[in-house]
Design a protein around this ligand. Structure first.
Ligand code: NDP
Ligand code: MG
Ligand code: MG
Length: 329
């Protein structure tokens, strides 16, 4: 078993009196900045002028340019979109980083794939909440926290781990449990999980089921409920008690169908393809394609986003959810 860290393992003094610059005030940025402030730490926010700047100022933070925030900070937490980080790092962060400061991330992509190459005189760490930003904030306000990962890429001061744990505690992660990993492991497993299972795998599975039913003449509304809506109810049971709890709750007929049909859908061929997907993450093929796609202003990404929005499951879903008062409150 890997080691888990909790509140008792944290030296909160490690960040006391230090200035933490949060760069970016989006999903993770607003949540981490506010949690750290509520935990008693000194937080400033680095941004360009615009909507986020106004929001952070309205939330009571001292907001300044990325360059100025970096030059004042002992810890610089980079929470801009991954595909923007390298350029902002090169122009505004690298020239202003203090020696002995901590450069920190919530995802290892840019460091692991060599898009950001930090100088030798800073600590480089990762503190990655395993949750969307808005839950990082909400769960903290409820007095608990979401689980998180820490990783040490470079330990110039000998205190990198202490800093990472104190930061993780400041955003609430050590209340739930923190696991230590590496930049490589976090980056590759995160990309694989979202591509093969959580996002790519699930959306294609849902659409394939929906298309099969509607092409056979069944009502799209019924197909929507069977293949998309009910997914949440099933996943909630798995989240609470694994597959066993889910299978305990469904009918024996559903359980028998689960056993007899699942492997006809996720076949040996699918598993082989998963291995290829993983290999292309490991050897940098996926990273290169995504970096080049951004440099070309995302033609493929934008086209795909539009086509996906046009799929009939999105039209019927919008109509049905409009009548689900409990979702739209
Ligand atoms: P967002 O897309 O929500 O971040 C957008 C923020 O970055 C905005 O405040 C935006 O400001 C700012 N920004 C964009 N470009 C610049 C720029 N050139 N200069 C200054 N600020 C800029 O990012 P996320 O919170 O989703 O992701 C942040 C990091 O956290 C990523 O590394 C991601 O992988 C990681 N992560 C994200 C999770 C999530 O829940 N989303 C979960 C776990 C990790 P403006 O309004 O001016 O555009
Ligand atoms: Mg990810
Ligand atoms: Mg059913």
């Amino acid at each position: 078993m890997v080691t888990m860290y909790y509140e008792k393992d944290v030296n909160k003094e490690a960040l006391r009196g230090k200035t933490i610059a949060i760069i970016g005030y989006g999903s993770q940025g607003h949540a981490q900045a506010q949690n750290l402030r509520d935990s008693g730490y000194q937080v400033i926010v680095g941004l360009r002028e615009g909507k986020s700047w106004e929001q952070a100022a309205k939330d009571g933070f001292e907001v300044m340019s990325v360059a100025e925030a970096t030059s004042r900070a002992d810890v610089v937490q980079i929470l801009m979109p991954d595909e923007r980080q390298a350029k902002v790092y090169e122009n505004e962060i690298a020239p202003n980083l203090k020696a002995g400061a901590t450069l920190s991330f919530s995802h290892g992509f840019n460091v692991h794939f060599g898009q950001i190459v930090p100088p030798a005189n800073v600590d480089v760490i990762m503190v990655a909440p395993k949750s969307p930003g808005h839950l990082v904030r909400r769960v903290y306000q409820e007095g608990f926290g979401v689980p998180g990962l820490i990783a040490i890429y470079q330990d110039a001061t000998g205190k990198a781990k202490e800093t990472a744990l104190a930061y993780a505690s400041g955003i609430g992660n050590t209340r739930a449990g923190v696991l230590e990993t590496t930049f490589r492991e976090e980056t590759e497993t995160d990309l694989f999980g979202e591509q093969a299972v959580l996002c790519g795998g699930v959306t294609e599975l849902v659409k394939a089921g929906f298309d099969t039913l509607t092409e056979a003449g069944y009502a799209p509304e019924i197909a929507y409920f069977e293949c998309l809506h009910e997914l949440k109810l099933i996943v909630d049971l798995m989240y609470e008690g694994g597959m066993a709890r889910m299978r305990y709750s469904i009918s024996d007929t559903a359980e028998y169908g689960d056993y007899s049909t699942g492997r006809r859908i996720i076949t040996e061929e699918t598993r082989k393809e998963m291995k290829k997907v993983l290999a292309e993450i490991q050897d940098g093929t996926f990273a290169r394609n995504w970096i080049l796609e951004n440099q070309a202003n995302r033609p493929g990404f934008n086209a795909r986003r539009r086509m996906e929005a046009e799929h009939p499951i999105e039209q019927v879903g919008e109509k049905l959810r409009g009548m689900m008062s409990w979702i739209n409150k």
